[in-house]
Design a protein around this ligand. Structure first.
Ligand SMILES: [Zn+2]
Length: 157
């Protein structure tokens, strides 16, 4: 009898949990509630350790799909450490942030920050996606996120 009750409760609780959710981090980009990672296009793939033609280093970040001009949200609660630009040549999408908080430190690239200082809460808008299509026509536009020590952050998404 007790066991049956436990099973019933378990089923009820399981039913209350949404089937599609992001990981421990919140939604990164407007229009991408599951933090879908960029697949492969003519310019490369978005997963961690994807090969890169330029230089010898692999892709040590994760690319979260994000259409140009979309709002970009804080994945966790914390503070803006500073402006932090991606490597590479100067371009209109060369902008980004270093975020710290909740035990995390990450860089987010190809976004135009709302501000370069201050605190934010998980889910708060912190930036806008820059016009990546103008620089790489046909690419799957994305926010590049990498851990400050280049560890794999995929499971947080
Ligand atoms: Zn990337």
């Amino acid at each position: 009898m007790k066991m049956k009750m436990l099973i019933v409760i378990t089923i009820i609780v399981a039913a209350l949990i949404p089937s599609v959710t992001a990981g421990p981090w919140g939604q990164v980009c407007e229009g991408n509630p599951t933090n879908e990672i960029r697949g492969c296009d003519d310019f490369g793939c978005g997963y961690y350790t994807a090969p890169r033609q330029q230089g010898s280093r692999m892709h040590l970040g994760v690319d979260v799909t994000c259409q140009d001009g979309s709002a970009v949200y804080a994945p966790f609660t914390g503070m803006i450490d500073r402006r932090h630009n991606p490597d590479g040549p100067k371009s209109i999408i060369k902008n980004g942030l270093r975020l710290r908080g909740s035990g995390f430190c990450v860089n987010m690239f190809f976004v135009k920050p709302v501000t370069y200082r201050g605190w934010f809460k998980k889910g708060e808008k912190i930036a806008d996606m820059l016009p990546m299509q103008e620089v790489h026509p046909g690419i799957i536009s994305y926010v590049h996120i990498q851990n400050c020590d280049f560890a794999n952050i995929t499971h947080y998404l």
